[in-house]
Ligand binder design. Structure first.
Ligand code: ADP
Ligand code: MG
Length: 238
């Protein structure tokens, strides 16, 4: 078994010939179940490209990717290993973006229950699971509210609950704390760390937010498509 996230020799070239851009150059990363790592680098360093490859949104040029014990891509064996990339994205990967992107005409519970329902789970257990996550994230009292009635921090917590709804082995978060003040940004990191250990999720947080960088135990710095691993401060935020 090779649980969590395992990336080996991952390369991505955009375009061809003179104008080709090598956005990722043989990147290696390993994130264990229950671990939260930071991916930090300047603009244009390849962060989004890496998340898009892992999220099966674009196809790498070379390398191997394993998610939750399953090889999803191996260029030495014909590329994508899963027949249904849409199901992979829906069921095995949770995405958290900078903006919460809640669906305005669904209440909070159904925003969280929607993905399990789309994955074919019955409505009642999907809603029960949604409520359990909303409780864990301390927003269960807003379960019947519309997204527009929530504060920004509450909306972000609902979007985290949604990312966890299908209990994905992997969560990819792109700048999840950028719009938040220091206290709320640290609260989001506390929640992600709790969720990672509670559900044994492997989490990558793309960020250049100085407020949260000291919270990571391990950081991958990315520059010009190459990653370097470094121990983080791992500041206690429990
Ligand atoms: P970051 O998210 O760290 O800002 P990106 O992954 O978006 O970096 O980009 C990495 C490099 O790849 C940059 O040089 C960027 O210009 C280039 N790039 C990104 N997307 C494309 C694309 N669709 N076509 C060509 N080049 C791209
Ligand atoms: Mg980017």
């Amino acid at each position: 078994m090779d649980d969590g996230i395992h990336i080996e020799g991952l390369s991505k070239r955009y375009g061809e010939g003179d104008t080709a851009v090598d956005a990722l150059k043989e990147v290696n990363m390993r994130i264990a179940p229950g671990e939260v790592v930071g991916l930090v680098g300047p603009s244009g360093s390849g962060k989004t490209t890496l998340l898009k490859c892992l999220g099966a949104v674009i196809e790498p040029t070379r390398g191997r990717m394993t998610l939750g014990g399953e090889v999803i891509y191996d260029s030495a064996q014909g590329g994508w290993k899963t027949p249904d990339l849409r199901a992979l994205r829906r069921d095995r990967i949770g995405f958290i973006f900078q903006a919460p992107y809640l669906i305005p005409f669904l209440d909070v519970t159904d925003n969280v229950a929607l993905l399990p329902m789309l994955a074919g789970r019955a409505n009642a257990p999907s809603r029960a699971r949604a409520l359990e996550l909303l409780q864990a994230l301390d927003v269960a009292h807003r379960a019947k509210a519309q997204p527009s009635e929530l504060s920004g921090g509450e909306q972000q917590r609902v979007s985290i609950a949604r990312a966890l709804a299908n209990q994905p082995p992997v969560i990819l978060a792109d700048e999840p704390t950028a719009p938040l003040d220091s206290e709320r940004a640290l609260a989001v990191m506390r929640i992600l760390n709790q969720m990672a250990s509670q559900y044994q999720t492997a989490i990558i947080v793309v960020t250049h937010d100085e407020k949260i960088i000291p919270t990571f135990k391990r950081i991958y710095h990315i520059r010009d498509g190459r990653t370097v691993e470094e121990a983080g401060e791992g500041r206690d935020i429990s």
